[in-house]
Ligand binder design. Sequence first.
Ligand code: ZN
Length: 195
Amino acid sequence: MSEATLRALVSIVLSSAAVPNIRFRIEGYDVYAERFTRLKAAIRRQEIGFEIDDAYLASSQADAAYNPRKDSMILHSSMLKSTAISQRHRGAIIHECLHAILDMDYVQGISPYQEETVCALTSNIYVLHHYGKPLFKPNGNATQLTRKIGRKPGMDVTFDDSFQAMYEQVATIYDQADPNYGRRPGLHNGLRQRL
Ligand SMILES: [Zn+2]
């Protein structure tokens, strides 16, 4: 599978009218549409690599992944097997896009679990606005926070109750898979120009 095809797939996900609804602040860092526009430009300049690795994703029980050291996004071959991109796959890809943005911007002040929580939140916001129904539970913490952000675009989620509750859930899930995950030092090192 060519990298160009994977770049095009991610660019389609980033082109959704749902993206401007992803608008909040975490630990002093603002997430909003322009970040995603800059990521799209970086993808076009081939500063981010793409690969298919179904075995790796199966071993980490993920639909997609992002490696900040290699500036590379790992996608699943099933993403290319249908003409329409599924809700689950859009949710997974936009999640990894936020990881890539935080790496691109050398963001250091966000802990690993805070990062996973905002990536999960981003998936929920995106899917809700793209499809009209949330990725996670309709009355769960992620959807409550998504609605709050809809009312107060740009709000600081850092100390929000729904965010804290999401954080607890995320920490529990990731701890079970890898007890060291939350203790890893910041991995963000920017995008290096790929040759
Ligand atoms: Zn993640």
